[in-house]
Design a protein around this ligand. Structure first.
Ligand SMILES: Nc1ncnc2c1ncn2[C@@H]1O[C@H](COP(=O)(O)OP(=O)(O)OP(=O)(O)O)[C@@H](O)[C@H]1O
Ligand SMILES: [Mg+2]
Length: 451
């Protein structure tokens, strides 16, 4: 995780010689800051983000233990390593109970110091990753592979490949359920940021009053109820990607604040004036027409242009029907894997109906339908009859002439019966109570396929 930026280490010690020797040992691998007193250290900490503090227990002005406590309160992710003389070991042990990572005894061995620091950084990285993975786990299963074979989708895949290594913002637009979040994840997963966090900020779900703290974080006491320092999503997304979902739901005044962060790449936690620099790539999604919202004064035009560096428009499923069969197969496969049951398939007639259906809920609707069908169908092949139990595939007939409506009904009914008897025309004509030849001619007239 630490490939882009050197970790920052703050050395706090009143002895100049000690500061200098730490500096000498550390400066090749780390960015080193030096403070000769507790108050100087506080000054540095209020302005800079520090990964590790090497803290002398005996300081002239502030008790090292008090400083440890306030560092941990401000940012629990900062690791503190106490530096102590042999006679103060009891205090060092107490410091560890209070959250210090380790202690180093003066005079120190260079190798020991380097090992402890790299272990502390490793731990810090793990803690950050665990928090991130927990969040990811909640979403696991919902977001697996992205599939598609329609020309329009293949173009989107190509577009994703071509923009993934730029740092320019991406605005993903499309109806609900078309796969905007999946595309956002694909952009992140194919980029050089992939080993760093992908942080989702759901602008529709976060209450407006909490949005600012959610994005930027806040310090303890920033407002009533702020009992702890909380790190904001944009800070968590450092070196990774922030995905602003349903960006149209962001209030106009927050839009202005967000714009500033995108431009300056820095912000402050609520209640603090310490500037936090965060290297974030921004992705945003919306199922609204943003230019319309701009007209109405609900969306800032400047933010729109900032986000729309790379526009991706995902067409609704009904405009890329070529994807329907592969999506159906994909979700059947997923169901089989998850349930441990044999993989089902669709009959040709069922496939035809599903490919013609308009899918107002797009891929999400299709995914839910496959899930339900695969669960309730006992047979290996899912046919028209099974679709009918869910009343899918019947087009609304209110806009048709009576003749067309009757034909549509007859076509559907005959197809259902044929499907239920494995396309035996003999059995179907018996069930329908018509002569076999009548059935055959109706099938020709109504263009019902004979398989
Ligand atoms: N091309 C695809 N391949 C595989 N799964 C897909 C594809 N497109 C969408 N899905 C699945 O469909 C569901 C809906 O996708 P997603 O949540 O990304 O849609 P969305 O556009 O963000 O919807 P909304 O606007 O409602 O938030 C998800 O479970 C996703 O995994
Ligand atoms: Mg979404």
């Amino acid at each position: 995780m630490n490939t882009r930026k050197k970790a920052t280490i703050l050395v706090v010690d009143d002895e100049k010689g000690v500061r200098q020797s730490f500096d000498l040992v550390l400066k090749d691998s780390y960015q080193v800051l030096l403070s000769g007193s507790g108050s100087e250290a506080r000054g540095v900490l209020s302005k800079r983000k520090v990964d590790i503090v090497l803290l002398d227990i005996m300081l002239p002005d502030i008790n090292g233990m008090d400083l440890l406590q306030s560092i941990k309160e401000t940012d629990p992710n900062t690791e503190v390593i106490m530096v102590t003389a042999v006679k103060e070991i009891q205090t060092a042990v107490k410091a560890i109970k209070m959250g210090a990572y380790e202690y180093i005894i003066k005079p120190f061995m260079v190798d020991d110091v380097l090992t402890i620091i790299s272990r502390a950084l490793e731990k810090k990285k793990l803690v950050e990753q665990v928090a991130y993975l927990k969040d990811e786990l909640d979403r696991y299963g919902k977001f697996e592979r992205i599939v598609g074979s329609d020309k329009k989708m293949l173009e989107i895949f190509e577009l994703i490949r071509s923009i993934c290594d730029s740092d320019g913002a991406v605005l993903i637009q499309g109806e609900s359920g078309t796969g905007k979040e999946l595309v956002a994840r694909a952009v992140h997963n194919q980029s050089s940021r992939k080993s760093c966090p992908f942080i989702v900020i759901n602008c529709a779900a976060i209450p407006k009053t909490l949005m600012e703290s959610e994005l930027f974080g806040h310090i303890k006491g920033a407002f009533t109820g702020a009992t702890n320092t909380i790190i904001g999503k944009l800070e968590l997304a450092d070196r990774g990607t922030a995905f602003l979902d349903d960006i149209d739901c962001l209030e106009v005044n927050m839009q202005a604040k967000l714009l500033r962060v995108i431009q300056e790449k820095e912000f402050e936690r609520l209640g603090s004036n310490k500037v936090i620099k965060s290297d974030v790539r921004f992705l945003a999604a919306s199922n609204k027409n943003l230019p319309d919202l701009i007209e109405k004064g609900l969306f800032r035009e400047d933010l729109f242009y900032r986000l729309n560096v790379f526009p991706i428009f995902i067409p609704p499923l009904r405009e890329r029907r070529g994807d329907i069969p592969v999506l159906l197969a994909h979700f059947l496969e997923q169901h089989a894997k998850r349930s441990g049951k044999p993989r089902r398939s669709f009959s040709q007639e069922a496939l035809n109906i599903l490919t013609e259906y308009d899918w107002p809920g797009n891929v999400r609707e299709l995914q839910n339908l496959v899930e339900r069908l695969a669960t309730i169908t006992k047979e290996p092949v899912i046919g028209l009859r099974n679709l009918n139990t869910l009343s899918i595939g019947r087009k609304p007939i209110k806009d048709m002439t009576l003749k067309d409506a009757v034909n549509a009904f007859e076509r559907q009914y005959i197809t259902d019966v044929l499907d239920s008897v494995g396309y035996s025309r003999k059995k179907a004509s018996e069930l329908l109570g018509v002569h076999r030849n009548t059935l055959l001619s109706r099938m020709t007239e109504l263009e019902i396929k004979a398989e």
